[in-house]
Unconditional design. Structure first.
Length: 182
């Protein structure tokens, strides 16, 4: 979420899960996915405009934390076609976090109906960008090429400003540093 100055803030979500809006999301689809209600999501996010969700916007999903081995997360029932990769993408977490939250689960042999733990995603703070650059939050469809064109810089300059970022695996909501025009 952004404050009035336009700076990105982390969404407070005690007892729930912070979720970054992805393309195609609606409050109804999120309520179904997280086993809650539209009303509960709306109540947890005062000021949210249900008909104007923005890709990358962080909201609180009021999912009751599960006691025991899935603390802070929630249980998810595996559906046909699910993989750890597709599940992690759906819930905005990294595969390694999903594997770590489910010791003893063979991620190569998921069974329909099996319950697994979806850990609460850890919101990433805004990137600390080097001098001469500014932070930018990745939106759906962004590539280094499109960013270079939009901000009148080069792919090479964006790569230099973001060591360790895989340009072929940009994630909606991820923050990268963009070199300023010269």
């Amino acid at each position: 979420m952004n404050d009035v100055t336009g700076k990105r803030q982390l969404t407070p979500c005690p007892g729930g899960t912070v979720y970054a809006i992805r393309p195609g999301d609606s409050l109804l689809s999120l309520a179904s996915r997280f086993n809650t209600t539209v009303e509960a999501i709306t109540n947890a996010n005062p000021g949210i405009v249900p008909t104007n969700l923005q890709i990358g916007q962080q909201i609180c999903i009021p999912v009751t934390p599960v006691p025991g081995s899935c603390q802070g997360g929630f249980l998810y029932r595996v559906r046909p076609g699910d993989t750890f990769y597709s599940i992690s993408s759906r819930f905005g977490i990294v595969v390694d976090a999903l594997i770590a939250a489910n010791p003893g689960v063979d991620y190569n042999k998921l069974v329909v109906g099996q319950e697994i733990c979806i850990p609460a995603p850890v919101p990433s703070p805004p990137a600390r960008c080097p001098r001469g650059t500014f932070p930018y939050t990745i939106q759906a469809g962004d590539t280094y090429f499109s960013l270079a064109e939009r901000f009148k810089t080069t792919i090479r300059a964006i790569r230099r400003a973001n060591p360790g970022v895989n340009q072929n695996n940009l994630q909606v909501g991820q923050t990268v540093c963009i070199p300023r025009e010269r």
